[in-house]
Design a protein around this ligand. Sequence first.
Ligand code: 13P
Ligand code: SF4
Length: 328
Amino acid sequence: MLVKRNAYKSACKYTRRMRVNAPHFPDLTQKIQQLKKEKKALILAHNYQRPEIQDIADYIGDSIELSRKAMTEKDAEFIIFSAVDFMAESAAILNPTKKVLLPSTGARCPMAQMLTVDEIKRVKAKYPKAPVVLYVNTLAVCKAEADICCTSANAVEVVNSLDADTILFGPDKNLSEYVAEKTGKTLIPIPANGFCPTHLLFQSEDVKVLKMQYPDAEVMVHPECTKGMRLVADFIGSTSKICKQAKESSAQKIIIGTECGILHRLQKENPTKQFYLAYDGAVCPNMKTTTLERIYQSLKEEKHLIKVPQATAKKARISLERMFEVKT
Ligand code: 13P
Ligand code: SF4
């Protein structure tokens, strides 16, 4: 763990700089706005995107809110998906008539790469009666093997909606443990130890130190964090649920246990409140490969088009649509 945290040390400087001063690129912003109009494009940005990208986005949200948004925007011809690969793939699957573009080919979620179709099949053979619930942080080929998908915003409800006590759940082991605690069901993690390298950086000791400084602060963490972090949290939820809770809470100081990009939105929406990142190096390098320049190139050259083979998309869509049917 310490080795991992050291590797992220330079990221601390990045998060501090970004939080103090969101950089401005007026020329580029203007060119993007112009092209966006001409091409009937919609820019969707995840809550972890760089501040200057959040500022030009048409909509900011968590993984599934963005796909839903893409579905409701009937007039858009292009969706510029400023996030990571699996989110853009979900949007492409759910919006077959629109062109979904991922500005950066480097924007690949390492957690999504941790699960393979072979691994799903191997565990399925051991537990043939157990339904397969997959976190949306998976590749389309894996979603095609799932019975239903979930996000961190609805995982508990999705698992509760199933008429089964033993469930295969992947790829995030921390989310799987959290859902098992909440539902009382047996969740078998697939793979055995999938994780988010960014959320694994958070340690409860850091929160305890911050709490000594700010005893009234409320602690809000993402369920991809470890159990230690969950135990010191006042609130556990998806990125958008954290944003909602931060608005509704009467706390003036809030300690955040998720990726640093969310601080821009939190601070903008709650200018009188103070936010403290539980670990300054909590940066998702994959999310940060998307830049304004890449968004501009993406719009101009209509790249990189997300294509999901039809047979895979058809099956994966069923797993996603089943998730939308679950009441939350
Ligand atoms: P949300 O669905 O909460 O936005 O999370 C996506 C993600 O990648 C968290 O690391
Ligand atoms: Fe993937 Fe973690 Fe980055 Fe989210 S924060 S996109 S789970 S690597």
